[in-house]
Design a protein around this ligand. Structure first.
Ligand SMILES: [Zn+2]
Length: 338
């Protein structure tokens, strides 16, 4: 049975190929000055594309998995289609309208920190459909992996920080509404706080938002998750994994979710252009194996999304994402405990 979800549309197009145009978007957006636009996430152009977010990393990660024989094309499922009703589970009618019509303002682009074209929103809707599909696969066979997704900064009323549709929140709500899942835990280990997800679910009891992130980076104003673990800049792998062991198992045992949606951000690794933590690639693998192992021991269906990862070369980010998928798949293949 397929466990991996991917679409070639995940990687098209590169946002903000023209940096000058993007700055102009920021300048035109009133209170969002061009300087503001480029300083919020300390955006460092990593390539000729002029944007630190490289959607081509998803295709590159998928190519690595194919090339190494980790998956074959037959193992891969396509994203589910996202309807207006799905979007309204999380987003306001006004933002839903914009997402479906493809008509955005300069201020919308400034808040998202990338120029939102019709092609860009189409791609983001595909990613959201991928997370919905990964959740379906998880509920059917224990594991689903979206080779994309993780738009945790997106809010009910609009995009933010490269995120337009909050796929995590949408897939959680849809599972509750249509699949009878009572309690969902979103485990967000991206280096940035899952502020959009926390805002969507603030005070909502059947969804537990767990976010472990670096304290002194974007978003400047943090939201309150069900459990926040703030880590100082420079935290290395050993301290990171200790903090995770101290907090996640007890949260799972107290909350007892019927589904975990995991954001396995790779921007916690040393050398990331936006993050300031210092995990090695081996420690990232250990983290991902640990989370997947906790869910497996407790027989909790697990849906994985990739999220952040911003290295100078998109191919290096893709290697980290591919390693996450590989380690989770390997663990799933081991015979389940009786
Ligand atoms: Zn991030």
């Amino acid at each position: 049975m397929a466990v991996l979800v991917f679409s070639p549309g995940y990687s098209a197009p590169l946002p903000g190929r023209n940096r000058a145009a993007l700055s102009a978007v920021g300048a035109r957006a009133g209170r969002h000055s061009a300087r503001h636009l480029w300083s919020r996430r300390l955006v460092v152009p990593s390539s000729a594309t002029g944007h630190v977010f490289r959607p081509d990393k998803f295709r590159l990660a998928f190519d690595i998995l194919l090339k190494k024989g980790v998956v074959s094309r037959g193992d891969v499922a396509a994203p589910s289609k996202i309807s207006k009703r799905d979007l309204l589970l999380v987003h306001t009618p006004a933002w839903t309208r914009k997402c479906l019509s493809g008509r955005f303002t300069a201020a919308d682009s400034a808040r998202a920190e990338m120029k939102i074209t019709r092609a860009v929103i189409k791609s983001h809707l595909l990613h959201a459909g991928g997370t919905v599909k990964a959740v379906e696969l998880a509920l059917e066979g224990g594991l689903g992996i979206n080779c994309g997704g993780g738009s945790h900064h997106a809010r009910a009323e609009g995009g933010a920080g490269f995120c337009l549709v909050n796929d995590l929140a949408l897939a959680a709500r849809k599972a509750q509404k249509e699949r009878g899942v009572k309690k969902v835990m979103i485990v967000d280990l991206d280096v940035h706080q899952g502020d959009g997800t926390a805002a969507v679910f603030k005070g909502v009891q059947p969804v537990f938002t767990f976010s472990m992130h670096q304290s002194d980076i974007y978003p400047a104003k943090k939201e309150v998750s069900s459990l926040d673990m703030d880590l100082p800049r420079g935290t290395g792998g050993a301290a990171y994994l200790r903090a995770l062991r101290r907090s996640l198992p007890s949260a799972l045992d107290r909350f007892k979710p019927g589904l975990v949606i995991y954001l396995a951000g790779a921007d916690v690794c040393r050398g990331d252009l936006l993050g300031g933590l210092a995990l090695s690639s081996e420690e990232l693998r250990r983290r991902d194996a640990y989370v997947a192992g906790l869910c497996r021991e407790r027989k909790i269906p697990l849906a994985v999304t990739l999220g952040g990862g911003y290295r100078k070369k998109a191919a290096d980010t893709a290697r980290l994402h591919a390693a996450t998928i590989r380690v989770v798949l390997d663990l799933h293949k081991i015979k389940k405990p009786a």
